[in-house]
Design a protein around this ligand. Structure first.
Ligand SMILES: [Zn+2]
Length: 269
């Protein structure tokens, strides 16, 4: 797998013999040392011993973690959640990752599977998700989901492309820009995505009662024009929780990598 070669080369280029932290956008079984689920990465990863393979090829200790939980670890350290004891973290990328901080501790759950906010069901008859379920939050607000929903809406509207966006360049940032400039199809898709996001996040807020919600990933900054009143809408689905403060992440695109390094240095559990 060429991605593994890149990780090995990256570790080898670093003149240091400390542990290597690897953040995986999926589920890794640490006991069996195998990938269990990697929904948004091309290739056959099932059962691959990523940790063992990188460790054997680099001669270094390798520590695996989930990418969204690594993101949270980074934002806890001099980031948007520094000093916060109860928070939710949402990483809006190709898919949607998540993490839960409760009482100052990251909740990893049984087999490190806790925090999957992106796979909260917001519509049982909704679109098929990469995880195998239907109507997951990430099928609306993830980058891949936004593109897919826009293609569907364009087909229904009998249009080939949103204003100013060639179909070949239909990407989530382009859709957000088209929506902001008033394209009706793009606006409707983004409005529906934000509504689905509020509903799904509201479920997580109701269960965990966070003080702060940290939004990160490539899509987060582009969503800010739609986030006026968002926290109150989220809380409308979680009336027993206080309205959380919604903030953007501070560590940018390397938050996952920074968090993986912090994780390798000192795992949170
Ligand atoms: Zn899903």
């Amino acid at each position: 797998v060429s991605l593994l070669d890149a990780v090995v080369a990256c570790a080898a280029a670093w003149e240091d013999d400390g542990p290597v932290g690897v953040a995986l956008p999926g589920v890794y079984d640490r006991r069996a040392d195998r990938v269990l689920l990697l929904p948004n990465v091309p290739g056959d990863w099932s059962q691959l011993a990523v940790r063992g393979e990188i460790a054997a090829r680099t001669g270094r200790t390798v520590v695996m973690c989930n990418d969204a939980r690594a993101f949270a670890q980074a934002e806890l350290c001099r980031g948007a959640a520094a000093g916060v004891s109860d928070a939710l973290f949402v990483v809006l990328g190709t898919g949607v990752g998540g993490a839960v901080l409760s009482g100052g501790r990251l909740c990893l759950g049984w087999q490190d599977r806790a925090g999957e906010i992106g796979h909260i069901c917001v519509d049982p008859s909704g679109p098929a998700c990469g995880c195998g379920a239907r109507g997951c939050l990430e099928t609306y607000i993830g980058a891949a989901g936004l593109v897919a929903r826009t293609r569907e809406a364009l087909a229904v509207a009998g249009r080939a492309e949103p204003a100013g966006v060639p179909t070949t360049e239909l990407s989530a940032p382009a859709i957000l820009r088209a929506a902001e400039s008033g394209d009706p199809v793009a606006s409707a898709v983004v409005t529906a995505a934000i509504a689905a996001f509020a509903r799904g996040l509201g479920a997580a807020v109701g269960v965990t009662a966070p003080e702060t919600v940290v939004l990160g990933g490539g899509l987060a900054a582009g969503l800010t024009p739609w986030l006026d009143g968002f926290a109150a809408t989220v809380q409308a689905y979680a009336r027993l929780a206080a309205i959380p403060t919604v903030v953007l992440a501070r560590h940018g695109r390397y938050a996952g990598a920074i968090g993986a390094a912090l994780w390798a240095e000192r795992p949170p559990v």
